[in-house]
Write a protein that binds this ligand. Structure first.
Ligand SMILES: NC(=O)c1ccc[n+]([C@@H]2O[C@H](COP(=O)([O-])OP(=O)(O)OC[C@H]3O[C@@H](n4cnc5c(N)ncnc54)[C@H](O)[C@@H]3O)[C@@H](O)[C@H]2O)c1
Length: 394
């Protein structure tokens, strides 16, 4: 079987691709390499990346900006150019053709394509060669969506539409859409079931909710063989250091203050990334077409508990914790009822049983996150802007 994995150079996507390759599957990754997509995440499998001709005629960055990001200013272009140069240093970028795609798949079982899911021609071209689609690609950071939502709407909703249309006119056997538990909105004292109404409360979750329902509509309207997954908060190796767990680890290792929203008592259900990968394989094998499956880690923990656990593992003082103003529209709790997937045989790791290994991965792989922090001026600007705007006034 050949898989198309969108967003396969991001956090969950690259962990999933690793599993597919270990199982001997053939994989085409389509990833736009936004700030969150990283060739280093797939370094152990390839040093070659494919760029469509339409992108190579102009500079790839120009293509990236002109084809879909119309309201871009010059400073953004400069920032992106620098980031790309550094990001792909030491890697080979060659032209994407049917021949280069086929020979890469034949030689290594993998072809990583630099491209955007909103690019209709490219998506249609790739879709011809695949049996199963796993759709991870998205803008994913809630805080960024609050500052500026346009890319969330374009990628998460419109990009999903482009993929669905291409899948509809091809021989795709299964289209697995990775949605999120955040589409339900905040859970007060109940756990959400798949049939509960969705009630997203921030631009990220609203965009994901739009995509989630669009995917479902394609199964109802056109009979597209889709399965929708709603996982809870993932954690594990290769997570971009803007999300809670890598933020805490990487800042603590540098003895920097650790921002905690409000009282830190927001509850998230932590799901180990390898368990998400297992769940995807399980629904491909046993899941029912047209269904939604929640995936819970069954590890509901308060953020402050997570922060303190990590500090203890790293032997760092809790004095590093700095409470900052709560995020607007911050959901207090997400909680899922995941009986449906458990009935297929799903099980998940206990947070306390895996967090030590995850922390160790970041300690052992400083090169990975230090490079991100160093090259990504946009990230630094974002962190400075976000936390200064949200700093608690004394
Ligand atoms: N991380 C979590 O806790 C979590 C929980 C539930 C659901 N999800 C969902 O899982 C998926 C993956 O999340 P993640 O944490 O790995 O995200 P991530 O931000 O680490 O990775 C997203 C990837 O998508 C790529 N991408 C973004 N826009 C693109 C575009 N227009 N075209 C092609 N590629 C594009 C990025 O370059 C990146 O590689 C997302 O759909 C997210 O909503 C994540």
């Amino acid at each position: 079987m050949t898989y198309l994995v969108t967003g396969g150079a991001g956090f969950i996507g690259s962990n999933y691709v690793r599993n597919l390759l270990k199982n001997g599957e053939r994989v085409i990754v389509l990833d736009a390499f936004t700030y969150a997509g990283n060739p280093d995440n797939l370094k152990e499998f390839t040093d070659r990346f494919f760029l469509p001709k339409s992108y190579t005629e102009v500079h790839p960055i120009r293509a990236d900006t002109s084809s879909w990001r119309i309201d871009v200013d010059q400073s953004w272009v400069e920032m992106t150019k620098n980031r790309w140069k550094r990001k792909f240093e030491g890697y080979k970028i060659t032209e994407l053709t049917q021949k280069s795609l086929d020979s890469s798949l034949k030689d290594t079982n993998l072809a990583v394509v630099i491209g955007n899911i909103v690019d209709r021609d490219l998506v249609q071209f790739l879709m011809k060669s695949v049996d199963v689609v796993i759709h991870f690609a998205a803008e994913t950071h809630v805080d960024r969506s609050i500052l500026r939502a346009d890319e969330f709407v374009k990628t998460d909703i419109y990009g999903t539409y482009v993929l669905l249309e291409a899948a509809r006119s091809s021989k795709v056997e299964k289209f697995v859409h990775v949605s999120t538990d955040e589409v339900y909105g905040q859970a007060m004292d109940k756990k959400f079931k798949e049939e509960d109404p969705i009630n997203p409360r921030n631009p990220y979750s609203a965009s994901k909710a739009g995509a989630d329902r669009l995917v479902w509509a394609y199964s109802q309207t056109y009979g597209l063989p889709v399965i929708i997954l709603r996982p809870s908060n993932n954690f594990g190796p290769y997570q971009y250091p803007e999300k809670l767990i890598p933020v805490v680890i990487t800042r603590a290792l540098r003895n920097e203050e650790i921002p905690v929203y409000g009282d830190g008592r927001q509850v998230r259900d932590w799901l180990y990334v390898q368990d998400t990968a297992k769940a995807i394989d399980l629904v491909i094998e046993k899941g029912r077409i047209g269904e939604v499956y929640n995936i819970a880690g069954r590890n509901e923990r308060e953020n402050i508990y997570v922060v303190k656990t990590i500090l203890k593992l790293l032997n760092k003082s809790e004095r590093l914790i700095k409470h900052v103003k709560d995020r607007p529209g911050h959901d207090r709790r997400y909680a899922l009822d995941d009986i449906k997937i458990r009935e297929l045989g799903f099980s998940s790791a206990r947070f306390e049983d895996v967090i030590e290994d995850v922390v160790k991965w970041y300690v052992d792989n400083k090169w990975w996150w230090e490079k991100i922090l160093e090259m990504d001026t946009e990230y630094k600007a974002f962190v400075e802007r976000w936390y200064s705007e949200n700093a608690e006034q004394p």
